[in-house]
Structure formats: C-alpha cells, structure tokens
Design a protein around this ligand. Sequence first.
Ligand SMILES: [Zn+2]
Length: 155
Amino acid sequence: MLVSAPHRVATEQVLAFVAAKSDWIRGHVEQIKQQPDQGETLDWHKLEEQRAALQRYAEQRLPYWAERIGVEPLEVRIKKMHSRWGSCNIRSKRIWLSLMLADKPFELVDYVLVHELVHLHEANHSARFYRLMDRFLPNWQRFDKELNPNRRRRL
Ligand SMILES: [Zn+2]
C-alpha cells in the first residue's frame, strides 16, 4: 500500500493515522477487490472495435440495399440508442443504427437497414410499408422476432 502525505507531516503521524484507519482502509481494499472486473478500459476498446466493425459492414451493405430498394440515402451512422434498433431521418436521408446491433448476426443488421431504407419510401408503418418489406426482404418477420422477441425496442 502507498500512503501519500504532505512533507511536513511526520512519519510517525502518518503511521498512526494509517493504524487508526486500518479497518477503514482494509474495508475499502476489500470492496474494490469485490467489484466486478476492473476491465472498463478494455471493454471500451472492445466497444470501439465493435462500433468500427458495424460501421464498416453497414457502409458496405448500404449501396447494395439502396439500389435494390430504389432509394438514395446520404449515409449510415452508428450511435448509442437504447430504446430502438435504428432510425431514419427522412429529411436528411441519414440512417442511424444502434450500437446494440454490434454483437448481433449480420443478417439482423441487414434487416434493420432495409427497414430504415424502406422508410425513405414510406414514412409510416402503414400497410404499404409492410408490403414493401415483404417485397425487399421476404423473411423480415423472422428477423423481427429474433431481434425483438418482446417488442420492447422499436425500429
Ligand atoms: Zn420504422
């Protein structure tokens, strides 16, 4: 253990202080040891890698789907979104994907991309919207169940 104290404080005083506080210090050390894995920095790096991988994949798929669906999106970007998997800004033609997709199978990323791109044709979740989904991604309902079993997060 390293104790830092101002120079003017005598060593004896420091030792006395440490002795007096030893239970408190020991308690804190134990508390720190019991905290779940101190790997926050590592996880952050992992998250950044995942974000980059998701961004690369989405950028690669965007022109493919845009051409099939017949829309002209500006770009796809990733951000932290907890309540939804993706969103589409119809005016700026920008597609947003949730960082939560980073550890999902790529086919589910495609599903969200298609959903958001179809919004460039049809803003609402109307019958027409779902007809377009059926046309461009006939399996979309299977992907939807996989991604959203409890329907808690929106697209
Ligand atoms: Zn939608």
